[in-house]
Write a protein that binds this ligand. Structure first.
Ligand SMILES: [Zn+2]
Length: 75
């Protein structure tokens, strides 16, 4: 197995890691509901992407509501 010939100095390690930082996420504005959304992602608020409906955002809410009703009926 290949083995490094010399140990890396702290400076060399830190210089390499100087690029290992996170940058703030860039947000676009939804054309439909004007809420800030990450670019190239369907809007989590209204479910629109490039002017068409791509996901049902009420599905999750309905599921939660059904669960709550079932719980209320049980007790
Ligand atoms: Zn939207």
């Amino acid at each position: 197995m290949a083995v490094p010939k010399r140990r890396l100095s702290h400076s060399k390690t830190r210089t390499r890691r100087s690029h290992h930082f996170e940058t703030a996420m860039q947000f676009a504005v939804c054309a439909n509901c004007k809420s800030p959304i990450p670019s190239h992602v369907a809007c989590p608020n209204c479910g629109m992407y490039k002017g068409r409906q791509v996901m049902d955002v009420t599905k999750k809410l309905r599921k939660i509501e059904d669960k709550r009703k079932a719980k209320a009926n049980a007790s």
